[in-house]
Design a protein around this ligand. Structure first.
Ligand SMILES: Cc1cc2nc3c(=O)[nH]c(=O)nc-3n(C[C@H](O)[C@H](O)[C@H](O)COP(=O)(O)OP(=O)(O)OC[C@H]3O[C@@H](n4cnc5c(N)ncnc54)[C@H](O)[C@@H]3O)c2cc1C
Length: 637
């Protein structure tokens, strides 16, 4: 299969401008003739739907929540990066580009990353114009803080609610278009299949989550902004509803899935507290600006934090990485936390936690300043754990947080299925093997506000699209497939709940395809998953009917897809015989325990083609070349 990334060449600073100039335009009168489906109303989908409607396209927009503004993006806490250099601390577009390529461990496309860094400047202007209440300094300038993997302060924030404020901005823009009739909104509608006609994406099949009605929607192009797949692990920081169904079913229709094993473990989450827990809570990375990470120097030290004197504390990140200290990237911080816990130096009852301590920051800055910066996060921590982080250090442990893998897209954000665009966390993204903090919001908004509204014109202007209607055989076939899945799930009438299967799958994935992986473990998982999947289909218990609000049925369909995706993730992890970013294969590490890449053999994006459930997928490789940031061993020392 030819994989043309359409990545421009020439000087990197002008690639996007030159590319944009060469893209065909659609004149305003013709835009009115086109309908675009946008699935997703998070920062990616919401910003795209609003922008495309503003341009004059007819947009049909879908989400499974009751309101577009409940998309998972609303949970984002810490901030959004932009190379504005307001602090005059040496930042630049080039430095953000450099940090992102290096942070992703040299597994992302340079052209995309440079464009992302350039557009970061526009995003902040756009959001300020919308009225997003970013934190400001006394002078009135927008304030910045630091996130992992950077030595400059480039993260714009609105307390610990940055995603919420940004999403409200996008939502208002979207609502304006809904009000004017340019966007038709379909809440509580779950996309369950992609309609491909004559090789082009032409629509989707949805299920109305309130009535169960299965319906097809046709358009000229389809955009998926449906988020990431971290919930394959059951326990994650993602909202419980996040799932992979839209991208997985598009994958089954031919869209390549790239780098599925690239998952991000976030170092600062509230540790797991019990067997029946169903959700993990993130403590934003912003906390590492002022919090110091440590464990007792000696194994098995069960004294409380306040009883452990300074000389018997190990600030292991500051010790090992003096340049970046507590602000090393997430993959590095997570691995080190695991390492000290594996050594028996973890804290708390389970021993699977490290301290994040604000004692020094409170002494230095005073409690009111810390409260102003992180108040809502501290409150959240106290509500969940019953401990007051102003008086005792937080206990944190790594947890699944973000997925860098996703559907493969070219420089125009189009998948290998013509007419199918994928944006935000749903695509395989610009983050390579590890995403730097505060870069997901940046990418989602870059895709939705600035990239897609330029690139989609080219497809519409240069493609002859025949009229299609719902009587088309491809539509009928897709609808029948959706109905068959629902029927099969309801008729299984087994003995175990959907959650119990999901939990078992999640445990397997965390154990063998989680923070560190090895060939033996991955082979074990690959041997287990098909059996568990078959058992799920035979034995799952879904109560209720298909003609009503039935969350058990919704979950069952999503978990069925997670089973198939989990297998692909393990296969991808097994195939990639190197360590890079969040993909840490125990067999490939430096003497200091850092990820050891193998650029000679693995400098590519792994793009998988679906061949059928239980049939090995086919691997296609998109080679990665680096003309500007030359691959080297990542060092944060
Ligand atoms: C707790 C937490 C904090 C975070 N904090 C930050 C941060 O500070 N900075 C940062 O840069 N990143 C952060 N992230 C990551 C960031 O929030 C996400 O990567 C980003 O918001 C994803 O946006 P999105 O638009 O791609 O997807 P989402 O916001 O997940 O939206 C997905 C949309 O798709 C819809 N959808 C999905 N499937 C279907 C379907 N089958 N049918 C119909 N609709 C569907 C949903 O209804 C929803 O509207 C954080 C993540 C978490 C979990």
């Amino acid at each position: 299969m030819p994989l043309d990334s359409k990545s421009p060449t020439g000087p990197i600073e002008t690639r996007w401008d030159r590319h944009r100039f060469n893209l065909k335009l659609v004149n305003p009168a013709n835009k009115r003739k086109h309908t675009i489906i946008v699935v997703g109303t998070g920062l990616a989908g919401g910003s795209a739907a609003a922008s495309l409607a503003e341009l004059g396209y007819n947009v049909h927009c879908f989400c499974f929540q009751d309101s577009p503004r409940r998309a998972h993006s609303i949970a984002a806490q810490g901030g959004i990066n932009a190379a504005k250099n307001y602090h005059n601390d040496g930042d630049s577009v080039y430095r953000l580009f450099y940090d992102t390529v290096k942070g992703g461990d040299f597994r992302a496309r340079e052209s995309n990353v440079y464009r992302l860094a350039q557009i970061s400047l526009n995003i902040i202007d756009q959001c300020v114009a919308q009225g997003v209440p970013f934190a400001r300094e006394y002078s009135g300038y927008l304030d910045n803080r630091s996130f992992g993997g950077a030595q400059v302060s480039r993260t714009f924030y609105a307390r610990g609610q940055t995603g919420q404020q940004l999403l409200l901005g996008a939502y208002q823009a979207l609502e304006r278009q809904i009000g004017s009739g340019q966007v038709k909104m379909f809440p509580r509608s779950e996309m369950l299949d992609l309609i491909v006609i004559d090789g082009r994406a032409r629509g989707i099949v949805t299920r109305d989550l309130m009535t169960g009605k299965v319906e097809s929607h046709l358009a000229d192009t389809v955009v998926l902004g449906t988020g990431g797949y971290g919930n394959v692990y059951y326990l994650s920081t993602n909202a419980k509803g996040c799932n992979a169904t839209a991208i997985w079913r598009a994958h089954k229709r031919g869209a390549l899935f790239a780098n599925p094993c690239f998952t991000q473990i976030h170092p600062t989450c509230i540790p797991v507290s019990g067997e029946y827990q169903s959700k993990l809570t993130l403590m934003s990375e912003s906390l590492r600006n002022d919090g110091r990470v440590w464990v007792p120097l000696n194994k098995g030290d069960k004294r409380t934090a306040s009883q452990i004197p300074e000389t018997e504390r190990d600030y292991f990140l500051e010790r090992k990485y003096p340049s970046f200290g507590n602000l090393v990237p997430r993959d590095v911080a997570s691995r080190n936390a695991k390492q000290v816990c594996d050594e028996g130096r973890g804290v708390g009852e389970s021993g699977l936690a490290v301290y994040l301590d604000f004692r020094d920051a409170i002494q230095r800055l005073g409690k009111p300043v810390i409260k102003e910066r992180y108040g809502n996060l501290f409150d959240m921590y106290e509500r969940i754990t019953g401990e007051d982080p102003y008086n005792a250090p937080m206990r944190i442990y790594p947890a699944i947080h973000y997925t860098m893998g996703g559907l493969w897209v070219d420089y125009n954000l189009m998948s290998n299925i013509p007419g199918l665009y994928v944006i935000g966390e749903a695509n395989f993204s610009d983050h390579g093997a590890n995403r730097l903090g505060a870069s997901a919001l940046m990418q989602g908004l870059a895709d939705g506000y600035f990239v897609l509204p330029n690139t989609i014109n080219d497809y519409l202007a240069s493609t002859k699209l025949d009229k299609v209607d719902v009587s088309h055989a491809a539509v009928r076939e897709a609808e029948a497939g959706v109905a068959a899945i629902t029927k099969r799930l309801l008729e299984a009438k087994g003995t175990r709940s959907v959650d119990s299967y999901h939990r078992e799958l999640g445990k397997l994935m965390w154990e063998y395809c989680g923070m560190s992986r090895n060939a033996q473990g991955l082979q074990h998982a690959l041997a287990q998953i098909p059996g568990l999947r078959e058992q799920f289909w035979r034995d799952v218990k879904v109560l209720g009917t298909g003609e009503e609000l039935n969350q058990s049925l919704e979950k069952a369909g999503r978990v069925a897809d997670f089973f198939e995706l989990a297998e692909l993730m393990c296969l991808d992890a097994l195939e990639r015989n190197e360590s890079c970013g969040g993909h840490f294969r125990e067999e490939y590490q430096t003497p200091e325990g850092e990820a050891q890449r193998d650029d000679d053999n693995f400098s590519y994006s792994a793009c998988w083609e679906f061949r059928g459930v239980g049939t090995p997928p086919e691997l296609h490789k998109e080679p990665l070349t680096f003309d500007y940031v030359h691959p080297s061993q990542r060092s944060y020392k």
